[in-house]
Ligand binder design. Structure first.
Ligand SMILES: *[C@@H]1O[C@H](CO)[C@@H](O)[C@H](O)[C@H]1NC(C)=O
Ligand SMILES: *[C@@H]1O[C@H](CO)[C@@H](O)[C@H](O)[C@H]1NC(C)=O
Ligand SMILES: *[C@@H]1O[C@H](CO)[C@@H](O)[C@H](O)[C@H]1NC(C)=O
Ligand SMILES: *[C@@H]1O[C@H](CO)[C@@H](O)[C@H](O)[C@H]1NC(C)=O
Ligand SMILES: *[C@@H]1O[C@H](CO)[C@@H](O)[C@H](O)[C@H]1NC(C)=O
Ligand SMILES: *[C@@H]1O[C@H](CO)[C@@H](O)[C@H](O)[C@H]1NC(C)=O
Ligand SMILES: *[C@@H]1O[C@H](CO)[C@@H](O)[C@H](O)[C@H]1NC(C)=O
Ligand SMILES: *[C@@H]1O[C@H](CO)[C@@H](O)[C@H](O)[C@H]1NC(C)=O
Ligand SMILES: *[C@@H]1O[C@H](CO)[C@@H](O)[C@H](O)[C@H]1NC(C)=O
Ligand SMILES: *[C@@H]1O[C@H](CO)[C@@H](O)[C@H](O)[C@H]1NC(C)=O
Length: 557
């Protein structure tokens, strides 16, 4: 029995149930969402070739309801390839071959740095040529990475070693978010008097170059060689809740305030679809959007199968980025300031209450009230936020997809996993779970995703002994053991210390959550699994690569 296998035990029955229930059909639902996006945006995205039936469904019916809502929606960094002009220059300092040649020229022209070959005996980490050797090496070794800033190399643990730290972007990610790596390099002095990298350590191996916490914001700092390195932490994330400051600031603002609607506790895709409708309306009205950071995660993502309230937006999405690109205020702050004002002043804050989504954003354009409060008290489905953006309004309101990125803390895990495989891996996405059980809609899926069948298929697509990442909703860890005879198999659970109670992620989310530990839930799992999959060199899909069954069930393709 698979259940008696030791490695499956820690997962626990409830989690197994969760995952099998978790329909990991990114490809069903992304297409659904992408289709929706396509109607207004049409970004250059390969996934746009979607089922015509779905497009029809969304364009013809105003009452679109969200079903099958268990996968991870693509977010801004996956979709929007256009960088805001103000930010793009920051990408100009990418370290390319030309940049390296320039710095070589500077060295060659400098009299103090000029050396004769005899002097170059040992490895001197302060020598600028060390950095150049590393830059060259990295450019060759990691083609999918854009290297941004390097710190000066520092001594490693041996005489011929140096530790080097840098910031980078993954070229596959369309956001301008930066990540950090630091590695240990071993050098040799070549015949032509050049440094050569003879060995490069793995992801985050150059611990001496890891910068101490307090110096994180100090660019001029070289590195912390010799010191005991404190724990790494992504100090660059600032997702604190902004305050309005003074009362007059509050009074001067104009707000759009949505009361909680029927979307609460629905799937994450509906949540985003609705949230972006509200935010889009606020942008259209030039108002600050009042935002409830508290998220209710639908039961399908939870081990308990029950809806869980009290999750935080910041567990899943990048609040810092949202703050930068949109005018928002947190609901608690807002209500407190509002009450304070009304208590202290004779003239109350002017409020317009809007009780039906049938009042269009266009009708609210001229409204001068400080607060426009939309209430969603009607019975379902009249109480969904996204209904505000239906009909005529769809022509005026654009959902600001660029405002939503995945949480950087989750993306740090994705980066860590990809980095540990040296950005050099292939991936297969194996959809099982409920679909594999449903022989009526997916008659061959179960047998086509049996270990032997996958192995046979992969032999023609993936070179032997490559790193193979398996993104899957199959709960049994050992299910894929057969593949280990041909590939270096990696599964999400191989990396569980990245969110375990000694991890950076755990520490930081606990901090965000007022000291209470945060569970790495089903939605986060799928989000990380999917993003790692995107970063693979060769990607093998379940549908159309492993099986001829259709994504959406029989006769849908
Ligand atoms: C949408 O729902 C309303 C009431 O719920 C119904 O009258 C209408 O026919 C529906 N429209 C479509 C296109 O299904
Ligand atoms: C280096 O010297 C050469 C020739 O002397 C000159 O053409 C070049 O501009 C100099 N480069 C730099 C970066 O100073
Ligand atoms: C290492 O290189 C730096 C910069 O070129 C130089 O100032 C320093 O004296 C060198 N150290 C040794 C031990 O050679
Ligand atoms: C680095 O190592 C060299 C010798 O290998 C030594 O001379 C130098 O002082 C060391 N630098 C630091 C900052 O420890
Ligand atoms: C950054 O480091 C430099 C040199 O170590 C120091 O002079 C400066 O005050 C530091 N700046 C901050 C903001 O800590
Ligand atoms: C974080 O961002 C807020 C603005 O959203 C700013 O007021 C605050 O100073 C920032 N904190 C740090 C540590 O940079
Ligand atoms: C919002 O501001 C823009 C530019 O400032 C203006 O063109 C637009 O008409 C404003 N919209 C409303 C609803 O006030
Ligand atoms: C972390 O988890 C392990 C196993 O679940 C447990 O034994 C340990 O006490 C936990 N440590 C902390 C600091 O919570
Ligand atoms: C997490 O926090 C604990 C206690 O504050 C600390 O001992 C540990 O080193 C931290 N871990 C990481 C990875 O930052
Ligand atoms: C998977 O199928 C798609 C569409 O049929 C094809 O374009 C792609 O090359 C296949 N992938 C591999 C790794 O063979």
């Amino acid at each position: 029995m698979k259940d008696s296998d030791p490695t499956t035990e820690p997962i626990g029955q409830h989690l197994i149930k969760l995952i099998s229930n978790l329909c990991f059909s990114v490809f069903v639902f992304s297409v659904l969402i992408i289709t929706v996006i396509a109607i207004t945006y049409q970004p250059p995205d390969p996934w746009l070739e979607s089922t015509p039936a779905l497009t029809k469904f969304f364009t013809s019916s105003e009452n679109a309801t969200f079903k099958n809502d268990e996968s991870v929606v693509k977010t801004g960094e996956d979709l929007v390839s256009v960088l805001p002009p103000a930010i793009s220059p920051a990408l100009g300092n990418q370290i390319t071959e030309e940049v390296i040649e320039k710095s070589e020229e500077v060295i060659a022209n400098s009299t103090t740095l000029k050396l004769n070959c005899d002097e170059l005996r040992g490895v001197n980490c302060s020598d600028p040529r060390i950095l150049i050797a590393v830059e060259r090496f990295n450019l060759k070794a990691f083609k999918s990475i854009a290297f941004l800033e390097y710190q000066s190399p520092v001594n490693g643990s041996k005489e011929d070693e140096c530790d080097v730290s840098w910031r980078f972007r993954n070229k596959k990610e369309k956001s301008w978010r930066k990540y950090r790596d630091f590695r240990r390099f071993k050098f040799d002095v070549g015949e032509d008097c050049d440094y050569k990298v003879v060995h490069a350590g793995g992801w985050h191996s150059g611990i001496n170059a890891r910068r101490p916490r307090s110096a994180m914001n100090n660019r001029s700092r070289g590195g912390g060689s010799g010191r005991v390195a404190p724990p790494v932490r992504d100090e660059e994330i600032n997702d604190t809740i902004p305050t309005l400051g003074s009362e007059t600031n509050f009074r001067k603002g104009k707000y759009l305030y949505y009361s909680r609607g029927g979307d609460y506790c629905k799937g994450m895709n509906q949540y985003l679809w609705s949230f972006l409708c509200g935010l889009g309306e606020a942008m259209y009205l030039n108002r600050t959007f009042v935002m409830d950071l508290s998220v209710c995660l639908a039961g399908s993502y939870n081990p308990s199968n029950k809806d869980e309230e009290g999750k935080d937006f910041r567990f899943y999405f990048d609040f810092e980025h949202l703050k930068e690109v949109a005018s928002i205020v947190e609901e608690g702050e807002f209500v407190r300031d509002w009450k304070k004002w009304d208590k202290g002043h004779k003239r109350k804050i002017p409020v317009r209450k809007v009780v039906s989504h049938k009042v269009t954003p266009m009708q609210l354009r001229k409204d001068k009230n400080t607060i426009i409060m939309r209430q969603f008290d009607a019975p379902e489905p009249e109480n969904y936020w996204y209904r505000v953006c239906e009909g005529q309004a769809a022509k005026y309101i654009q959902r600001p997809w660029h405002a939503v990125w995945k949480s950087k803390r989750l993306m740090n895990i994705v980066t860590e996993i990809s980095g540990r495989m040296d950005w050099d891996f292939d991936a297969v996405h194996v959809v099982r779970g409920e679909k594999a059980q449903n022989k009526e809609l997916w008659p061959h899926l179960d047998s086509d995703t049996a270990p032997d069948a996958i192995l046979e298929k992969l032999k023609g697509m993936v070179q032997p002994w490559r790193n193979l990442y398996i993104a899957t909703n199959e709960p049994f860890y050992n299910y894929f053991d057969k593949l280990r005879s041909n590939f270096k198999v990696h599964l999400l659970d191989d990396f569980k210390e990245l969110w375990g109670n000694t991890s950076e992620w755990y520490n930081e989310t606990t901090l965000v959550n007022n000291g209470r530990p945060v569970e790495f839930d089903g939605y986060m799992r799928v989000a990380v699994d999917t993003e790692v999959f995107y970063r693979a060199k060769t990607r093998v899909e379940t549908f159309y690569n492993l099986t001829k069954d259709c994504k959406d069930g029989i006769n849908t393709c």
